[in-house]
Design a protein around this ligand. Sequence first.
Ligand code: ATP
Ligand code: MG
Length: 355
Amino acid sequence: MSTDTDLALSIRDLTMRYGTATILEKISVDLPAGQVLGLLGPSGCGKTTLLRLISGLLTPNEGAIEIAGQSVANGASGFSLPPEKRGLGMVFQDYALWPHMSVAANVAFPLEMKRVPPAERKARVLRALDRVGLSAMADRRPSDLSGGQQQRVAIARAIVAEPPLVLFDEPLSNLDRELRETMVEEIADLVADLKLSAVYVTHDHAEALTLSSKIAVMRSGQIEQLAAPDELVMAPETAAVAEFLRLGCLLPVNRSAHGWEVRGTQVNLQNTQLDADTAQVLLPERGLLLDGSGPHQLKAEVMRVQTRSTGHALTVRVCGTDHEIRLVSPVRVAPGELMELSYATESLRWFPGTA
Ligand SMILES: Nc1ncnc2c1ncn2[C@@H]1O[C@H](COP(=O)(O)OP(=O)(O)OP(=O)(O)O)[C@@H](O)[C@H]1O
Ligand SMILES: [Mg+2]
């Protein structure tokens, strides 16, 4: 039987205000131990604020937080356990390493705070540095390392004391794209090997999809959808989620005599289930049939072509609209050419209402 202690983190109805501005409103989410919760959302939606509430740097106005079954904050009573007593590992965008201390001393710091004896400390620091591939750099200063190496030091420091929860706040956003892709996989492996529980904040959907067991897509201080990555991709609940995850092209449609007319075209799509006058329909990138075998045919003009190792990456515009969709074509086409976009009915997603 599962109990609350199987949860690394439990957040109930958390509300945070600054003056009259509500920054987070009634956030509730549970994180089972050994899993990663991704917090994904645009700038200003409240991701860092939520992380600061979990770490204890902020106290909520309402709601409660438990870490590994222990209450750490309660808005009703005003209780808030200070950050150092929560014992969490943290990794930030700007590494936050101490420049005057060696790499080993930086990583050892959480163990010193816990008064781990020196011999054991040394062994655990070396083990943590080894995990991130930096055992040869123990005696260097952080300033003598590359950005990626510095972030690995910060990760070693965050995991060395085996915390009940590790918080990542956009840890890779200062690194270039290629390094980001490598490091996101390294972090995913590390988290899985060590069975870490983590909250990972990012505004990069690819990072969130790679790392997370579940993703909370946030918008204006609320959770828009909480789901596993494949569920988010296959069944986004709102147009905003589909748009933020860049799942494809969202076309406005109006009810017509022949079904649902795609605004600006004479194309009619069919949906007898939807009870609304206007809607948006998502043409997902992954639902596109390049052999033209689907029942829905939309004319599109090729706008841009880029050669990639996987084929020709096209950006096409649905004719009569200013909506674009990206796709990978095995055959070469030129800008200005017209093509037919074809979709299987079941791959379309419908959202009632206007944008
Ligand atoms: N101390 C503060 N006083 C007033 N408003 C604040 C304060 N800190 C943050 N905010 C506001 O709270 C909102 C959420 O900020 P937060 O830093 O949590 O966003 P974020 O999702 O982390 O964004 P980003 O992706 O840019 O890091 C923003 O509108 C911000 O201006
Ligand atoms: Mg932030």
